[in-house]
Design a binder for this molecule. Sequence first.
Ligand code: MRU
Length: 351
Amino acid sequence: MTQRLTPTVWWNDGQVKYIDQTRLPCEHVIASCDTVELLWEAIRTLKIRGAPALGVAAALGVVLGIRSLEPATHKEVMNDVEGLATYLGSARPTAVNLFWALARMKKAVAGLATRTVDELKEALFQEAMLIIEEDRQTCRLIGRYGEGLIADGDSILTHCNAGRLATYDYGTALGVIYSAQEAGKKISVYADETRPLLQGGRLTAWELLNSGIDVTVICDNMAADLMARGKIAKVIVGADRIAANGDTANKIGTYGLAVLARFHAIPFYIAAPSSTFDLTLADGASIPVEQRDKKEVTEFGGACIAPESVAVYNPAFDVTPHTLISIFITDRGIIHPPFAENIKEKMASSG
Ligand code: MRU
């Protein structure tokens, strides 16, 4: 049944509210944080997740944190914001949107030395609201640019969740699919379940069903078979960090899909906002990749599924080389190869 959807994470009466994504799809629970420590924990444990949503959460975390502190001067506000940014930035390392939003929050008050502390707190709040509004618009622009690439009847494979649950309210990769649906195109989606935490099976399937989109969940090891059978027209995924040359970090398993797509001559698209591009990194080798708890692999729903003492490799992300990516769909338009030149040019433009 269709569920009335709230945003993924938002501000309400002094608290940060969010859909607890660890409870989906079985339960739709709205949770709240009234301390920055609780928000940090919600990010760390993936109750709030997805690169753009992490940016929104981090900005709201600064607002939450500064309210509990008592800075008396502009300098003390700056010190507190710096401390909050360092703390929130330690929750998860890969999605650059989180650090981008924290940098925006610092910048929002850096030049306001003559303002009162209350005015500075208000400026931080307004910046967080602006980041939210920009996320709303950005995702819709990605959708609009991407929609033009989708043909009526396309069957699209996606990985993890780059939908409304990964952003404020619309999505990047799934935003393209929502836009195509709004344009009257009939799209079907295959959602990789996305081991180990099943963002595809739990979250992508849930939100697409909610939107009346034809979605089929597959285990991650079924994608090659579908491609070989000619069932996939395009692969569209999101991103957590894109280096200057186009190398792209996204959920573990994305790289494998890109290799498969190339082998089967299927277009492989990355949909991402400009805030996901990190032009300070020349290539993907220096993108920090989060390593997560081995229990995510050895346990499932509390049940043991591998020997407790076995060694586990559990990176949350992998890096897809730019040579396997067909195009980037961004809020500033489509970026074609050669990526190093075209990313630089597009990110220097205002849209
Ligand atoms: O570990 P997660 O669930 O935060 O990973 C999310 C992804 O990898 C998404 O594909 C990415 O953040 C893009 S979201 C628009």
